[in-house]
Structures are given as structure tokens and as C-alpha cells.
Design a protein around this ligand. Structure first.
Ligand code: NDP
Length: 390
């Protein structure tokens, strides 16, 4: 029996993880499942998988969770402290699929207890990549990528020597607005931005795909995860989302990872690693697909890519500022306070503002400093949004 926990169990990645685990549940001893607002789903899965504990991040929902779990024998808990406590419960494999910077602290706690951390929460590496990697090393823990692009790179690198790697190419579908005239992007609605042409994901990452903030985060993740320099990482628009990433080697070879746009592949690879096991994903019929297309990304359409390169160049806590400003700008767009194209402008303004003040972006990377910079960046972003909305 393998002891596993799923943080963000009620979300898109969490539900795909549960789908895989539930198929052979006799092999898993589920320790903790966590969610936030979706109490019904959390309780249903905790009962089905006989979890030790179910936790909602929202303290005020504890009674609802208790009621939903009544008679099941599953412990109920709530709040950030309970999430942290759950991450310290011994588990061999932990899925980190909370959305946003809230996923960082539980992920670190899981690494501190030596778990294998399957990392979907891209914010962890963007905000605190060096801290995550340092913590994993210190506790003999393992970080495995779950983002499909990084899983693809990870798989293309099996048996390879990093010295032979010339470049890493991340593909991007281009999201909802890849074919829109650039001048119309400012008028994009929330509903239009929330619909992805290929992937079925949570709302926030879907909007981040349309703005390319998602790919921008992945650029930073790639630098952290694979220790490659920013100029070795490229983005390629590939509307069909069949090739998830490519690695270019010094003999001119490009190793591409091809598969259907189904997160259960990357999740399953991380779940069974280092083995490869059968997964319930579609088998591609390339003859039927006929052709795959590629184009260079346009930085006028997607300024987030330029901002990510600036963040990588700056280093330090710039990633934490970038992420916090992006999350706040995204909240602003979802709330209707700013336009779609304002999100990148807000992030740029916050980065410029906080870079000019010593003691923030250049502070040592500790969890406390990341939290402080995150807080400041959110405050600053809220001010910028207010100015723009007014
Ligand atoms: P969802 O929005 O679908 O799910 C997010 C999960 O986090 C839910 O369980 C949600 O609970 C929980 N949650 C929300 N807010 C908080 C909080 N403040 N504290 C604790 N838990 C919280 O997101 P996704 O599954 O799409 O994405 C999860 C992570 O994985 C993100 O970092 C995303 O960028 C990354 N990712 C996602 C991919 C995808 O295909 N979806 C692909 C690659 C990476 P509840 O629903 O109960 O409110």
C-alpha cells in the first residue's frame, strides 16, 4: 500500500489524480484530501477513497464538512494550519494541485517530510524555485513535474546528459485568442477568456493560457526545474496541443513528446515514476490527425512572455512578485475591474515599482520573505488596478 495525499483534490488536476487512483484504489492508502469551497466533492471523494482526513482551506466551512462526513470515519479539518498539518503527515507521494501561491507552504512541508512531490502547482517554482529545490535536496525528497510541458521535457531527458542539451522548447496552444486581431484583445470578455480550445482545466489557468501568463510561468518553471539558462528556453505556438515540449541536443536531434491533451498522462507518469504503466488516455492516430502546425509567438499579442524573461534575468524574489501581481490582476479581470490586456500592464507596473525599492526582490529566499513580498506585490497591484478602474 502506498500512502498518498492530494492537495487541491477538488480541482481539475486533483480530480484527474483521483480518477487514476480510484481505478486501483486497493494499492493506495489515502492520507489527506484537501479542497476549499467544494465541500460536497471533497466529502464524496474522502468517503470513496477512505481518506484519513479531509481538509477545507476555508475555516468557516468546517461544520459543513463535518456534516458531509458524518458517520464516515473520515476526520474533518479546516484552515491554513490544518492544511499545513496534513502536509506533515507521512505520505510517500503527494500531489500538489492547489491553485495559486497558497500551494507553496504545504508543498514545502511535504518535501520536508521526505515525500515525492508531484508538482502541478506551478506557482511554487515561480515564487520560490530555489527554496523548493534546496528543501527537496536537504530532505532527500523528490520533485516530479506534473505540468504537461515539464513532464514532457522530463521524459525526453531520460538517459540523457544535460551537457548535451542545447535548448528546451515549450509548446503553447495559444489559448482562446491566438487568432484574434491584437487590437480586439482589450475587449475580450471573461466568458471568452475562460474557454480553452484544447484543454479542459480550471478557470484561472484557462485565462492564463489566453494571456500566455501560463506559458510565462512555465518558462520560469523550466529554468528552475531543469537548471537551463533563459536563452536556452523557447516558446513555440502549436495550436493542436499534441506535442507538449521538445528538447534539442548538441547533435541537432530534437526529442519531442507527443500525446493527447489529457492531464492524466503527466499525472500518471509522476504517479508511477520511475516505471511507465498503462494509462486510460486516448491513443493518437497520427494518420488521421494528418498535420501538426507551428508558429512563432508574437510578444505584442502576449507581453507576458517578455515579462517572464525579465523576471528570469532579475532572479531573486522577482518570480514571487510576478506571480502575486499576476494573481491579483487575474482577480481584477475576473471581477470586471480591468480589461484583459490590462493584466500584463498591471504586472509590469508592480515589477517596476518593487524592483526600484531595495530589500524586496533582492531579499534572501525564505518562506517568510516570499510571503512578505507576495503581500506587498498584491497591495501594489490592487492600487494599480484601482487607478486603472477609476
Ligand atoms: P482548479 O481551480 O481546478 O483547482 C484548484 C484546487 O485548489 C481546488 O481543489 C480548490 O478547492 C483549491 N483551492 C483554491 N483556493 C485555495 C486556497 N486558497 N487554499 C487551498 N486550496 C485552494 O485548478 P487546477 O486543477 O486547474 O490547477 C491546480 C494547479 O495546477 C495550478 O497551479 C495550475 O496552474 C496547475 N496546473 C493545472 C493544469 C490543468 O490541467 N488544470 C495543468 C498544469 C498545471 P475548491 O475547488 O474546493 O474551491
Amino acid at each position: 500500500m502506498r500512502r498518498v495525499s492530494i492537495f487541491g483534490a477538488t480541482g481539475s488536476v486533483g480530480q484527474n489524480t483521483i480518477d487514476l487512483i480510484a481505478r486501483t484504489s486497493e494499492h493506495y492508502d489515502v492520507v489527506a484530501l484537501t479542497g476549499a469551497g467544494n465541500i460536497a466533492q471533497l466529502a464524496q471523494d474522502a468517503r470513496r477513497l477512505k481518506a484519513d482526513v479531509a481538509i477545507t482551506a476555508h475555516a468557516h466551512l468546517l461544520e459543513d464538512l463535518r456534516t458531509a462526513l458524518a458517520g464516515s470515519g473520515v476526520e474533518a479539518a479546516a484552515g491554513a494550519g490544518a492544511l499545513q498539518e496534513a502536509a506533515t503527515r507521512p505520505a510517500e507521494w503527494v500531489m500538489s494541485a492547489i491553485v495559486g501561491a497558497a500551494g507553496l507552504a504545504p508543498g514545502l512541508a511535504a518535501l520536508e517530510q521526505g515525500a515525492t512531490l508531484a508538482l502541478a502547482n506551478k506557482e511554487s517554482l515561480v515564487c520560490a524555485g530555489e527554496l523548493m529545490l534546496r528543501t527537496a535536496k536537504a530532505h532527500d525528497a523528490r520533485l516530479l513535474p506534473v505540468d504537461s510541458e515539464h513532464s514532457a521535457v522530463f521524459q525526453a531527458l531520460v538517459g540523457e546528459n544535460m551537457d548535451a542539451v542545447e535548448r528546451v522548447i515549450l509548446t503553447a496552444s495559444g489559448g482562446a485568442f491566438r487568432d484574434w486581431p491584437v487590437e480586439e484583445l482589450a475587449h475580450a470578455t471573461l466568458a471568452e477568456a475562460s474557454s480553452h480550445p484544447n484543454w479542459d482545466m480550471g478557470q484561472r489557468i484557462t485565462i492564463d493560457s489566453a494571456s500566455m501568463f501560463n506559458k510565462a510561468m512555465e518558462l520560469i518553471e523550466t529554468k528552475e526545474y531543469f537548471d537551463v539558462s533563459p536563452d536556452q528556453i523557447e516558446v513555440l505556438v502549436h495550436p493542436e496541443s499534441m506535442i507538449h515540449a521538445l528538447v534539442g541536443f548538441n547533435d541537432g536531434a530534437l526529442m519531442a513528446h507527443v500525446g493527447p491533451p489529457d492531464m492524466r498522462h503527466a499525472i500518471g507518469y509522476a504517479l508511477h515514476w520511475p516505471e511507465r504503466r498503462a494509462l486510460p488516455v486516448e491513443r493518437l492516430d497520427l494518420a488521421q490527425i494528418g498535420q501538426l502546425t507551428f508558429r512563432a509567438p508574437c510578444e505584442t499579442r502576449w507581453p507576458a512572455l517578455r515579462l517572464a524573461r525579465e523576471v528570469m534575468q532579475t532572479g531573486g524574489l522577482a518570480g514571487a512578485v510576478f506571480n502575486a501581481a499576476k494573481e491579483t490582476a487575474l482577480d481584477g479581470f475576473i471581477a470586471g475591474a480591468i480589461r484583459f490586456t490590462d493584466m500584463a500592464a498591471v504586472v509590469e507596473e508592480v515589477l517596476t515599482e518593487l524592483s526600484a525599492k531595495p530589500g524586496h526582490i533582492d531579499a534572501t529566499m525564505t518562506l517568510d520573505n516570499v510571503a512578505e513580498v507576495d503581500h506587498l506585490a498584491r497591495q501594489e497591484a490592487a492600487l494599480v488596478i484601482k487607478e486603472r478602474a477609476g
